[in-house]
Design a protein around this ligand. Structure first.
Ligand SMILES: [Zn+2]
Length: 303
């Protein structure tokens, strides 16, 4: 089968650009302030812009005149994922940069070794927080939309017997693998989510949440889970009949996304935990920002 057309390369900072942009901690702090408050610093508690600049006491600190009896004092990292850590922003930025430039993903173990952190847990926690920051709110998809489901996870034979299911590790329903459903607007965004199963009720609920009713075409395969979507302009491709592309009807864009995702999952993360799967949202973020000239700044803004 012909590979789906690959998205354009992401505009990313090179290592040299990173060093130039972030030579030291104050540069990282100024960058965060600019991204977080493009229209001037506001109190993270009440949104008030009337602040006392406390930088003579401590740099990048302010005091809100409206909050509390004595004013609320806060720093630039108050209310961000960078709060309550002893890691400098420059370390965080390096971690985020590595996660964004790694098309197949960056595991906590790789980061732990590369960054030379004292503990694996530190690296894991940082990864975890960054992934949460990268989760985006996406408008309902429009235009021509493809929906498809896939399964990821280790071989069933390596799992505990009660989690194996009946599929013998070959993938698909009953194999004990984790099902993921995704929708992609051609030339647009992707939305992917871990689901409990691929029954019609589950898949339909996902489609109704992720896909606008006014789409010009909704393409899926012939799986019965999609057959009740009669209120959408729905067309199917029958892979079992050897069909892959009929004019505009195909699911190759979403299959292209699955292929990037799975190479990342197999090559980088080795084992998938169902519990942490939603946090692999970084794949979705990278895909949806593939033409964003400021992907790093967008990521920092979400932190
Ligand atoms: Zn306030």
């Amino acid at each position: 089968m012909a590979r789906a057309k690959q998205p354009k390369p992401i505009h990313q900072l090179t290592a040299a650009q990173f060093e130039k942009l972030f030579p030291d901690e104050p540069a990282c702090c100024a960058y965060l302030v600019a991204r977080r408050w493009p229209d001037g610093v506001r109190c993270p508690r009440c949104g008030n812009p009337d602040l006392y600049d406390a930088s003579s006491y401590k740099s990048f600190h302010w005091q809100c005149r409206a909050c509390g009896p004595d004013g609320y004092r806060f720093s630039l990292i108050a209310g961000t994922i960078f709060e309550n850590t002893n890691k400098p922003l420059r370390d965080w930025y390096r971690v985020i940069h590595l996660m964004l430039v790694s098309k197949k993903g960056m595991s906590a173990l790789q980061l732990y070794r590369y960054m030379g952190f004292g503990s694996y847990k530190t690296a894991w926690l940082m990864c975890h927080k960054v992934r949460i920051a990268l989760m985006e709110d996406i408008d309902k998809l429009g235009g021509i939309v493809e929906v498809d489901e896939t399964f990821v996870g280790g071989l069933a034979k390596n799992r505990h017997w009660d989690k194996r299911g009946g599929g013998g590790g070959t993938g698909g329903i009953g194999s004990g693998k984790t099902p993921i459903v995704g929708a992609v607007s051609r030339k647009g965004n992707v939305v992917a989510r871990v689901v409990a199963n691929v029954q019609a009720k589950t898949l339909e609920a996902f489609v109704r949440e992720a896909v606008a009713h006014k789409v010009s075409l909704l393409c899926t395969d012939q799986w019965t889970g999609y057959k009740h979507l009669t209120d959408y302009p729905h067309a199917t491709i029958d892979h079992a009949m050897g069909q892959y592309v009929i004019g505009a009807i195909h699911t190759q864009t979403i299959e292209g996304f699955w292929s990037i995702f799975k190479r990342g999952v197999v090559g980088t993360f080795h084992k998938m935990s169902r519990k942490y799967m939603p946090l692999y949202a970084e794949f979705q973020f990278r895909y949806n920002n593939r033409e964003n000239a400021d992907i790093f700044g967008t990521a920092i803004k979400g932190c």
